[in-house]
Design a protein around this ligand. Structure first.
Ligand SMILES: Cc1cc2nc3c(=O)[nH]c(=O)nc-3n(C[C@H](O)[C@H](O)[C@H](O)COP(=O)(O)OP(=O)(O)OC[C@H]3O[C@@H](n4cnc5c(N)ncnc54)[C@H](O)[C@@H]3O)c2cc1C
Length: 384
């Protein structure tokens, strides 16, 4: 058992921190106000090899594995959870294609995914369901060599970026099971609602996606017909690596901002850090950061085992991912609250980053399955 990062891991962590400090931190407020991540940030991340960091070099990736992705995601999300969300959705769609796609599908999309030209999406949620695949209303029918998709997907991230979208639909020809198809965003029949107005995560807008007689070649099927449920579960489990690391970045942000404020803010000429009440909050924040950190790093290592086929126990990985995601998300909300208490009224103003961090982390427990669902998934895995 070794709890030290390797030299290479430290190097990647430092380069992500440096990039985020120079390129993201100065724009974090602008991203929040304009609800848009400037292109130069995503281009910069691609230049550093981050957009393909866990994927094999033969597909254009950096070949470093998921623990490196977690290290990078943590530092990116420390300064902007919106950039972190664009990054995690990019991986979520790409993960599904790399695990279940054919070599042709990977050759078609991966070089441009890894160099940041394309940003994939993953479209499951619909107006009638966010947690229950049995209620999917999007359908696929067949016309010769074409699959024809109709339906509405809700709250879809990265829907306005060019790239492949993994779409889940009810498939009558697969006994009413779920099939997953790769749809190129902005193809004929693809359109978007205006972005939803939400409390935080500004910079990573979500849309309703309308699919009206969208025709894709049947060769765009991901995996097998009727295998969509497996793709959904494993794909979302991989997505939870990113969401957990966004939460971890939020905890780090809350912790570091509390430390900074505690040393800067004076009472009767002395920093508030001298008050025991503040020290207790700092102690709680440190414990929350370090416990979440190791859970997230470990999840990255477990993901490598699945992708490299060292482990085929998808159910165990899905349960572990649920455990970490639920814990990290709820801990991030608690950490932001503690840091807010250190800042008191000043934390409520736009003059201090904790105001945005507080609005951003509250997103984490509500996406990719709410926190209670995560605990139920894990409990079912141990209760049998
Ligand atoms: C910022 C953001 C980005 C998103 N990006 C995407 C995306 O890219 N792709 C995508 O497909 N979706 C996306 N979503 C949607 C999101 O993943 C879902 O909204 C989420 O999974 C929860 O679904 P729901 O809101 O419909 O909740 P519901 O399923 O309606 O759940 C409501 C409540 O009921 C409880 N509940 C539901 N079913 C059960 C059950 N069986 N047992 C016990 N309790 C239950 C839940 O725990 C929850 O508390 C995004 C959402 C947001 C806010």
């Amino acid at each position: 058992m070794d709890f030290n990062l390797t030299e290479e891991q430290q190097l990647i962590q430092e380069s992500a921190r440096e990039f985020a400090t120079k390129m993201i931190a100065p724009l974090a407020h602008q991203i929040d106000v304009e609800d848009k991540v400037p292109g130069e940030i995503l281009d910069g991340m691609a230049e550093l090899g981050f957009m393909g960091i866990p994927f094999e070099e033969k597909y254009g990736g950096s070949g470093l594995g998921y623990e490196y992705y977690v290290l990078v995601q943590e530092q990116i999300s420390r300064f902007s959870s919106a950039v972190g969300t664009v990054f995690t959705v990019h991986m979520l769609g790409a993960d599904a294609i790399v695990i279940f796609g054919t070599e042709e599908q990977k050759d078609k999309y991966f070089p441009r995914i890894c160099n940041g030209e394309l940003h994939p999406s993953f479209a499951f949620t619909e107006p009638e369901t966010g947690s229950d695949p049995k209620q999917l209303a999007t359908t696929v029918t067949y016309d010769g060599d074409f699959a024809v998709i109709n339906g509405t997907k809700r709250f879809i991230s990265a829907a306005a970026y060019e790239g492949p979208m993994v779409v889940f639909c009810k498939d009558p020809e697969a006994g009413g099971g779920v099939s997953a198809y790769i749809v190129d965003k902005f193809c004929p029949g693809y359109s978007l609602s205006p972005p939803w107005e939400k409390i935080g995560g500004h910079g990573s807008p979500v849309y309703d996606v309308y699919l009206r007689d969208v025709r894709v070649p049947v060769s765009n099927l991901l995996g097998q017909r009727g295998q969509g449920f497996d793709i959904l579960l494993l794909g979302i489990a991989f997505g939870k690596i990113g969401t957990s690391a966004i939460a971890l970045g939020g905890i780090l942000a809350a912790y570091e901002e509390a430390l900074k404020y505690a040393k800067e803010k004076l009472h009767r000429g002395k920093p508030i850090a001298k008050f025991q009440a503040i020290q207790l909050k700092i102690g709680h924040l440190a414990a929350k950061y370090h416990s979440t950190r190791w859970m997230c790093y470990r999840l990255g290592v477990l993901a490598n085992d699945i992708l490299s086929k060292r482990s085929s126990n998808w159910g165990k990985f899905e349960a572990e991912a649920a455990l970490v995601k639920g814990y990290a998300s709820d801990t991030a909300v608690e950490a932001a609250r503690l840091s807010m208490d250190v800042h008191a009224s000043y934390g409520l103003t736009k003059d201090f980053p904790i105001e945005r961090i507080y609005r951003d982390v509250i997103i984490c427990p509500q996406i990719e399955g709410v926190s209670d669902m995560q605990r139920i998934i894990f409990a079912n895995s141990v209760l049998g």
